[in-house]
Design a protein around this ligand. Structure first.
Ligand code: ZN
Length: 283
């Protein structure tokens, strides 16, 4: 499992050199009164909090200590638009407001276009957020995270969003792969649930469903990242000794999932769902 320590950068390359590694054209950085030798310190660019190659990639500077790690899911939830509004209301920090606003636009475009996101992690003294008297942050180390990230959710009304580390794995996802803070409250029950579920089994059940509920046939809804959402369900509960394998796991819509657990017909539904799965194996 990934730990915060694994994510911490260990030295301090310039942002410009990291962008060059990512294929950015930084030739304009050298148009600087101190001369091209000082390109990496060009204040027009080097203090920005995000960068983009339009239509291709977004790069975000994120503080490593803001990272949320839950099981397999490494993510950050931020709201740069709200940060921008806060800083812009404070004249001393108007520059921070503009940077936050530009960063929000980069994130919203990346969400709309489903662009891959790369993260430059910063480590060191982070400015106390929302403290108008705080001095500027002082990153001591910086580094490009080797993984590609993606915007898992972005609220276009407010700017609240979650970025998740790692490529979307396949086309489908279930309740266990929802990013934190964007899912239904069940997410929290599930993360403290005592039984460990095999991810490969859940993914296989999702593949078999091919994006549509195995019980009623309704298509799972689409997430902002384009993946189709269904829930995976253990027909015989793990707590009753049901196996955590493909003979007992089925992907169904959230409505049928709730009914399977709480409906008056839940025992009949068990038989019905087991029949569906048994037919898979006879095909
Ligand atoms: Zn259904």
């Amino acid at each position: 499992m990934t730990t915060l320590q694994d994510l911490r950068p260990s030295n301090k390359p310039t942002t410009m050199s990291l962008l060059i590694d990512l294929g950015f054209d930084t030739s304009d950085w050298g148009n600087y009164s101190r001369g091209p030798r000082w390109a990496a310190a060009n204040p027009k660019y080097c203090y920005e909090w995000g960068y983009e190659i339009p239509g291709e990639m977004a790069v975000l500077n994120l503080w490593v200590q803001n990272t949320d790690i839950r099981g397999d899911i490494v993510s950050q939830s931020n709201n740069f638009r709200a940060d921008a509004a806060f800083w812009q209301a404070n004249s001393r920090a108007a520059d921070w407001g503009k940077r936050a606003e530009r960063l929000d636009r980069i994130v919203s475009r990346a969400a709309r276009q489903q662009l891959p996101v790369r993260v430059i992690f910063l480590d060191g003294e982070m400015r106390a957020s929302r403290d108008p008297n705080a001095s500027a942050s002082k990153p001591k180390r910086r580094g490009l995270d080797p993984e590609v990230w993606r915007i898992a959710s972005y609220d276009f009304a407010t700017g609240q969003h979650t970025v998740v580390r790692g490529d979307a794995k396949g086309e489908y996802l279930d309740q266990f792969d929802l990013p934190p803070n964007s899912g239904p409250p069940e997410k929290y029950e599930n993360t403290v649930y005592a039984f460990k579920r095999d991810r490969a089994v859940r993914m296989r059940a999702l593949e078999l469903a091919d994006g549509a509920c195995r019980k009623c046939g309704a298509p799972g809804f689409k997430m902002p990242n384009g993946r189709r959402y269904l829930e995976t369900h253990h027909i015989i509960p793990l707590s009753e000794g049901g196996p955590d394998d493909i003979t007992n796991v089925i992907a169904i819509c959230p409505n049928d999932h709730k009914e399977a657990h709480f409906g008056a017909n839940s025992l009949q539904m068990r038989d019905e769902l087991l029949n569906i799965i048994n037919n898979d194996r006879m095909d």
